[in-house]
Design a protein around this ligand. Structure first.
Ligand code: MG
Length: 404
């Protein structure tokens, strides 16, 4: 199902509220930017709206100076980033409270051609479903304001200031409110402007709307549409959603072979090894760094060394392989990947590799800016067999594990 019934005449805006500091998550990682499925909690929220509504304007409220982090989290899912290229996405800096952040976003939307309907959704509710979004949208169009709600599972009471029950509430008449909440844009904007003049905090947009404009229609929400608030919401073993939070792990294999010829430097991992021959190559010939580059590119799916630096391009003649690796590794890191470990095998008849191993490992660790414990390199002879065994070539296999 994809909501396009109103797309031609009804302008819809979606505000994703993600300007908070996630202090209840322990303050370290912003919960909206935690990894989830193919992207993050934030990109997963946006994906649900992209899958449900054909055409809408997207506004995301973010912390002060937080645009690049927000973009990284949003575009980490390649499906979302390619779909968003066709759409209007804006980042608006939030205020010190959720209410202020929403008001900033509403002001932004009012600047030109305001929408008819605005949906406001928590950036930490990635499990919202299409049915909830569409029911809320329909009811907002019909009644001017709507929000999804579910009957609480626990019986609810009102207590007094000393902790004694004051009022027994009837559970069937109670509703726990979720998002998205949908509103007639002009009416919500007016009520938010009025609320800003009052010197108190409101619980949410439905309270503000109800106070200054009118009734809010409740539609059926979904128990899965939970808000991530505490770390346990994010990692609960008994939770069926736990599997979605699993780290993504990829393995990459790189291979390279170079002829050994006189009059060339013999480079391994950026270190010059004293020897009568060196690698014959268009670049500086560092066979170990080439295999490592291919391994990292392969694991990330970004390409291979040949597609990055075509050998027929004169630009790469005698190129420094350290620089080639650095360039590729930066792209891999920018795609969100971290190195778990890198293990390499060099097939080499002569000279002995062991005396240089420590320096080679440290050199690779320095290029990749990772601890040297993540890298290992070993060498094998080829028992005098074939080109390596006859001392005519050097061969390398590199294997890496990346995670994000
Ligand atoms: Mg090569």
């Amino acid at each position: 199902m994809n909501y396009d019934g109103f797309s031609s005449k009804t302008k819809i805006a979606v505000i994703i509220v993600a300007a908070g500091s996630s202090s209840r998550m322990g303050g370290k990682t912003k919960k909206e930017y935690l990894p989830l499925k193919n992207g993050t909690v934030l990109s997963e929220c946006v994906k649900k709206f992209l899958d449900s509504i054909k055409d809408f304007q997207l506004v995301i409220t973010i912390p002060k100076n937080g645009k690049s982090d927000a973009e990284k989290a949003l575009f980490s899912d390649s499906c979302v980033s390619s779909e968003l290229k066709q759409k209007n996405v804006s980042f608006v800096e939030g205020g010190s409270t959720r209410q202020e952040s929403v008001l900033n976003a509403l002001k932004f939307l009012s600047q030109n051609e305001p929408p008819k309907i605005v949906l406001i959704h928590d950036g930490a509710r990635p499990f919202v479903n299409e049915e909830t979004i569409l029911k809320t949208l329909d009811a907002a169009l019909e009644f001017g304001a709507a929000a999804p709600g579910i009957v609480p599972t626990d019986t609810q009471k009102i207590i007094d200031e000393n902790g004694f029950i004051k009022t027994h509430l009837e559970r069937s008449k109670m509703i726990a409110i979720q998002t998205p909440q949908g509103f007639d844009f002009e009416k919500l904007f007016d009520s938010h402007k009025k609320a800003a003049l009052e010197n108190r905090d409101f619980t949410d947009d439905t309270e503000i709307f109800a106070l200054f404009e009118g009734k809010v229609k409740i539609v059926q929400g979904s128990p899965e549409n939970k808000k991530i608030t505490y770390p346990k919401d994010y990692s609960n073993d008994s939770d069926s959603e736990k599997k979605d939070f699993k780290m993504e792990i990829r393995c990459g294999l790189g291979y390279d072979l170079h002829r050994l010829t006189e009059g060339r430097k013999f480079l391994l991992g950026g270190i010059e090894i004293p020897f009568e021959k060196g690698e014959d190559a268009h670049s500086d010939g560092d066979v170990l760094l080439h295999a490592i580059t291919d391994s990292l590119l392969g694991a990330s799916g970004l390409g291979d060394i040949g597609s990055y630096f075509p050998p027929e391009d004169d630009k790469w003649k005698n190129a420094d392989s350290k620089m080639l690796l650095k360039t590729c590794w930066n792209d891999v890191k920018n795609a969100g990947w971290n190195l778990s470990n890198l293990d390499c095998v060099i097939k080499l008849e002569k000279p002995k590799f062991i005396p240089f191993r420590k320096n080679v490992i440290e050199s690779i660790a320095k290029i990749l800016e990772v601890p040297k414990e993540k890298i290992f390199v070993k060498a094998k002879t080829s028992e005098k067999l074939e080109s390596v065994g006859e001392g005519k070539a050097v061969e390398v296999f590199a294997n890496c594990i990346l995670y994000r």
